[in-house]
Design a protein around this ligand. Structure first.
Ligand code: ZN
Length: 440
């Protein structure tokens, strides 16, 4: 093995214990390194602060997209087949597909004649549509509190205003009429646009729900996964939002969860904020991962499974808020994918303050990975952003977060022409085309 940089060699040695699994993944993808570009079909043609079904239905041009990826030497295409709104962008019999299109099928067909493997990303617990349809499956607050200036009460379901996505009405359609199609919309409008991450969208504010991971929502998710793995020639299935809502620590205290908790820890066991409570959350998420793994592998043994995690402090964030046990989850699913987006927090292009802030996040994310890498028992493929940052920042992240298996970049729409040029050059000069395709 030849290394282009010292950093690359270090990470290779670090994950060397996993060489067998890395080779297995490489063989399935047909390349030593993965170079992935992600696309969120329901978030419109720029950025990702919009929810735009009309765009997905009428304007998304599969051929143009795949040509662009091929030209830039990407060997993996990551399609978000289910976003946080709950829309399922394939030909589904059980899910909700407001795009009226089999986008996954169209992309699979277009990928066939090219050296491009299809990876799907599947939002699990965050699901606005299911939250509307099944309020009894939404997670429930275990104590009263205040968040984002809003009061919530113990016993209430955790359906809140969405933080980053906004919705514009299709031309000539009123909000009342559009609500029949998109029932989780509110009549409230956010008209200001700011520079911080959660203030970049404009338009009608949708509601969003984190579903209870001990409810029938999980069965619904597994049925959807079955449909996808059975009917489409995908190479990888990654679970996103395989966690609780990070904004709260008191979820989920619904009667199902309380009963289960008491069964496990005794009738008198302290719930919210106890050690048992956090163990319970982690176990609940691990159980979902295990069931998802078994569901996928029982249909296609070679379908690579993965999951996304957010960098941050282990105890305060991953455990208490998200309920993600990195060691256990990476012992079950094939690839762990940390979301390394420091330059989404800010970019030099918005001025000195935002540059400084993002530099600080970059430093922290690198440090966090060095500190927590030992928790991963599987190969790691980080995903970083090309949108809302410049070429330099994008490349810095790509170099910094390649932990040996390659790098995933998000997202297709919003990547500038200059960045596309840099992405192509990165493949040619830094990854090496020989590493992107066997027998190239
Ligand atoms: Zn629950």
């Amino acid at each position: 093995m030849k290394f282009k940089t010292k950093k690359e060699e270090n990470w290779f040695n670090y994950f060397a214990f996993n060489q067998k699994n890395i080779e297995k993944i490489s063989n399935i993808f047909g390349a030593a390194k993965l170079y992935a570009m992600g696309l969120m079909p329901v978030r419109g043609p720029i950025g990702f602060r919009k929810l735009d079904y009309e765009f997905a239905e009428k304007k998304l041009n599969i051929k143009v997209i795949m040509n662009q990826l091929e030209k830039s030497h990407f060997n993996v295409f990551g399609l978000v087949i289910k976003d946080t709104d709950g829309a399922c962008t394939w030909d589904t019999k059980i899910g909700w597909n407001p795009t009226n299109r089999d986008l996954l099928g169209e992309f699979c067909d277009a990928g066939k004649d090219r050296n491009i493997n299809i990876l799907v990303s599947f939002t699990s617990m965050n699901d606005a549509y299911q939250g509307y349809l099944h309020p009894n499956r939404v997670s429930v607050h275990g104590k009263s509190g205040k968040k984002f200036g809003k009061q919530y009460r113990k016993g209430e379901i955790s359906t809140h205003e969405e933080g980053e996505m906004r919705v514009e009405l299709p031309k000539g359609v009123s909000i009342e009429k559009y609500k029949k199609e998109v029932p989780f919309l509110t009549g409230k409008i956010d008209e200001k646009e700011g520079k911080s991450r959660d203030a970049r969208g404009k338009g009608y504010i949708p509601l969003t729900s984190f579903m209870c991971p001990n409810s029938k929502h999980v069965d619904y998710l597994l049925e959807l996964a079955k449909e996808v793995v059975k009917n489409y020639p995908i190479k990888a299935f990654f679970a996103d939002y395989i966690r609780y809502d990070g904004a709260f620590t008191d979820l989920c205290a619904c009667s199902r969860c309380v009963e289960k908790f008491k069964e496990m820890y005794g009738k008198k066991a302290k719930m919210i904020k106890s050690k048992n409570w956090y163990d319970f959350k982690a176990t609940t998420i691990v159980n979902y991962a295990q069931r998802l793994q078994e569901t996928i592998k029982s249909i296609n043994q070679d379908c690579i499974t993965g999951w996304f995690c957010l960098p941050g402090p282990k105890k305060m964030f991953s455990r208490k808020r998200l309920g993600q046990d990195w060691t256990k989850l990476s012992s079950i699913l094939d690839i762990a994918s940390p979301m390394e987006y420091p330059y989404l927090m800010g970019t030099k292009d918005d001025g000195y303050y935002w540059k400084k802030l993002a530099d600080l996040f970059y430093w922290y994310f690198v440090r966090n990975m060095k500190k927590r890498a030992h928790e991963f028992k599987s190969p790691v493929l980080a995903i970083t952003n090309s949108v809302e940052c410049n070429v330099e920042e994008m490349l810095k992240q790509m170099r910094g977060f390649d932990f040996g298996l390659g790098i995933a970049v998000f997202k297709y729409f919003g990547t500038s022409d200059e960045q596309w040029k840099a992405l192509k050059k990165y493949a040619e000069e830094e990854i090496g085309l020989e590493n992107l395709k066997y027998n190239a």
